[in-house]
Design a protein. Structure first.
Length: 137
């Protein structure tokens, strides 16, 4: 019976050794997997740092462009204000020209009526003078 005890102890020891070997193999595979994951995460961290740097640079450039656009827009506002002033001046000038034209037109109508009367009077005087000359002859 002691032999059975030794045989069962030997079987238990072999089983334990086999179990330890499988555990060691599994742990080595797990360690390799964890090393691969670690190196992948390190590479990902470096890439994220690069992306963060590029994003920051892009954001800075975008802010500079926005500031430049705001400055140029404000300059255009003053230009449009100046153009509006010129337009108002042209409108006032055009109204003045219209008023002058209307004044000249009304004055010329009055003067043309006077001229027509003067021509009639002149023609009447010429007729009178001619008729007097005929009568003297």
């Amino acid at each position: 019976m002691e032999i059975l005890l030794y045989i069962s102890a030997a079987i238990a020891a072999v089983a334990f050794v086999i179990l330890v070997i499988y555990v060691v193999v599994a742990l080595k595979a797990t360690r390799q997997t964890l090393n691969d994951v670690s190196s992948t995460l390190q590479g990902l961290e470096k890439q994220m740092q690069g992306v963060t740097t590029e994003t920051t640079q892009l954001l800075n450039k975008t802010n500079k462009l926005a500031d430049d656009m705001n400055q140029k827009t404000s300059k255009l506002d003053t230009l449009f204000d100046g153009a509006k002033g010129i337009g108002d001046s042209m409108k006032d000038f055009s109204q003045s020209l219209n008023e002058i034209s209307n004044s000249i037109s009304s004055t010329s109508k009055v003067d043309s009526e006077k001229a027509a009367q003067a021509v009639k009077w002149g023609a009447a005087i010429v007729d009178f003078v001619n008729s007097r000359k005929r009568n003297k002859k």
